[in-house]
Ligand binder design. Structure first.
Ligand code: HPA
Length: 281
């Protein structure tokens, strides 16, 4: 947890200054895309790309999750300057929440206005089919550690932020309309945040269904809350890589998650490109 606000903000600014210096006279992107499972190929699709390893950015953590690389890419996608985070940080890796969301703070300081978060999740809603895409409209996370716990970063945002529109409705419509026009199946759904690293129990999934969750995963929420705290507009897209625990009768495995994320990869990448193309930014 953050104890010294000034020290934290100067670490954030140190990372932002470093990124600015690497980009030198290039336009600083105002969009950041976080590449979750299955979106890795997008990192190769940026034009005129500069790749900055996380380990070179002062104050940045290094991601340890399988399938998650560790570099920030700045390049052009659909004709627009974008940042791509090729690899993110999860609470289950042992990082405190302010480390999980550190990059979001850095993006905010760099002037990023739109954050597109992507992830893999388990389907809770029985109407969902693997590997379909979900535009996340809201989340349930009150059993997880809140990312904003600790002294408020008043320079960034307010102490008690409203959570009615963490996921920007206009951006969500852009995702859904883009998918429709590309003939990609997508639904809207509520994402339940699970701390991990163990998958949920069947009883937990039944409980989450009663609470109104459509899918469940181990990322995204801390980042979305930190971003909306700073006034960054957030959209989030999930790929249903498996039906959640207890639904199919099969044991859950990372293999299944990665294989199905790869199956959806072409659609996911196409939709992200379409999303960026449609952004008025
Ligand atoms: N649970 C939690 N996280 C996940 C799942 C799941 O079933 N699938 C992919 N990420």
């Amino acid at each position: 947890m953050i104890t010294d606000v000034n020290e934290f903000i100067s670490r954030v600014d140190g990372a932002a200054d470093y990124i600015r210096s690497v980009l030198s006279d290039r336009t600083i992107p105002s969009v950041c895309i976080v590449l979750g499972s299955g979106l890795g190929p997008l990192s190769q699709m940026a034009e005129e790309a500069i790749e900055i390893p996380y380990k070179d950015i002062p104050g940045f953590p290094v991601s340890t999750a399988p399938g998650h690389k560790g570099s920030l890419i700045a390049g052009t996608l659909s004709g627009k300057p974008v940042f791509m985070m090729n690899g993110r940080f999860h609470y289950y890796e042992g990082y405190p929440m302010d480390t999980v969301s550190f990059y979001v703070r850095v993006m905010g300081r760099l002037g990023v206005k739109v954050l597109l978060l992507t992830n893999a999740s388990g389907g809770i809603n029985m109407d969902m089919k693997v590997p379909e895409l979900v535009a996340i409209t809201d989340h349930i996370s009150f059993f997880a550690e809140p990312v904003l716990r600790g002294p408020n970063l008043a320079e960034f945002g307010t102490r008690f932020p409203d959570q009615c529109h963490v996921y920007d409705p206009e951006l969500t419509d852009i995702l859904v309309n883009g998918a429709r026009d590309l003939n990609i199946r997508i639904s809207r759904g509520v994402y339940a945040y699970s701390k991990g690293p163990q998958y949920e129990t069947p009883a937990e999934i039944r409980a989450l269904r009663v609470l109104g969750a459509d899918c469940v995963g181990m990322s995204t929420v801390p980042e979305a809350v930190a971003a909306s705290h700073m006034g960054i507009r957030v959209a989030a897209m999930s790929c249903i890589t498996n039906m959640a625990a207890g639904i199919s009768g099969n044991a859950l495995s990372e293999r299944e998650v990665l294989d199905n994320a790869a199956l959806a990869s072409e659609n996911s990448c196409a939709l992200v490109k379409e999303f960026v193309k449609r952004l008025e930014i």
